[in-house]
Write a protein that binds this ligand. Sequence first.
Ligand code: FAD
Length: 393
Amino acid sequence: MPQRAATIVGGGIGGLAAAIALQRRGWHVEVLEKAPEFTEVGAGISLWPNALCALDALGLADTVRSLGAEEATGGVRDRKGRWLSRTDNAELARRFRYPLVVLHRAELLRALREALPSRSLKPGSEVSGVREEGGRLVVDHRSGESRADLVVAADGLRSALRRALWPAAPAPRYAGYTAWRAVTEPLAEPPSAGAVSWGRGERIGFTALPGDRMYCFATATLPEAAALGTSDHAELLRRFGGWPDPVPALLAAVPADAVLRHDLYDLPPLSTFVRGRVALLGDAAHAMTPNLGQGACQALEDAVTLAHCLDATADTDAALRSYDRLRRPRTQAITRRSARLGTVGQLAWPPAALLRDTAARLVPARATLRSMAPVFGWSPPGGHGPSTAGKSR
Ligand code: FAD
């Protein structure tokens, strides 16, 4: 069979992972990225066992583990710093074969890029549309046009290709709260365990990164695109500076100009991820709120599944139907679950927040872990077994 060619639109985690997965299956790939360079400011990112399993299928689990931190414990605390629930990450890794790894997003993207030949990465190539010509797809972009047998639209939450090819699809919906992310400078005594604290309409969490740095994240219920009238760092200090230790020390160790803020959205469910030979992938297909830390994890699963489906048959249309069947129900269920968790986490009415905290305290840690089995217990279609390095240690 002649080598098949895929054009991937978007050089984020989803697009790069799709390019690696397809290349490993013998496809010729190119990644069209609108940014003038493949750079990422970003902060931390949590990769749960299902993501590590997908990375293992891409041959990258070891690399990513070497770039990340694996904390022994985590959990949820109340506004006063009392534990509501604890997570034993060794138990998590035992149960789901892979650990939770937290790393800097820029490092993850670099590892993904390095798994591809640099000639296949085309920055400065914003895509404006795709059309069919003589049985092939033609992708129009800023630096010309590309011809392909398959187009993967991994162009994120505001996907231009989704808007062009799914004109009736509803726009992303605002979750009702905004998020801040930041990475501290190296700390002399980093906290020994990560945690998320639930307040009233506000949450703040932190988790370890390599190099004695901590990744901090916070949310607050606010109108969409609310202007704060102050810097993001000043706003974090105002809201969370009086929260229990170690939050004040962590915020003090965040460079004032290094706080990122994004309003949070998810995508109402699409009726299909596929139009002709164009497949949506990652946030373009199923953007979700980050309450479960699953957006990128699901993009990695998408990439591995898409490549598997295309490898299983020479009939690209049938392969894309399988991809849609395997990915849509799962990612849409996780999107809903993440939204529900966000609603609970953001509760602001004191009696409701108290009830939430009491309920969280009563649920045994094992039950919480068990309830995550449908999310964390994923394995690729075709039964790719974990490499020895991917097994829990
Ligand atoms: P994107 O990362 O959005 O990449 C899309 C790429 O396409 C971009 O590079 C963009 O420049 C490019 N592009 C856009 N339009 C065009 C065009 N027309 N032509 C060419 N290129 C184009 N997920 C986790 O798994 N764990 C976490 O801990 C986690 N934490 C998060 C915290 C926050 C606050 C947020 C907001 C999200 C978090 N996520 C997390 C979700 C995760 O960031 C996303 O799901 C993931 O980055 C999606 O990757 P993607 O490649 O699909 O899209």
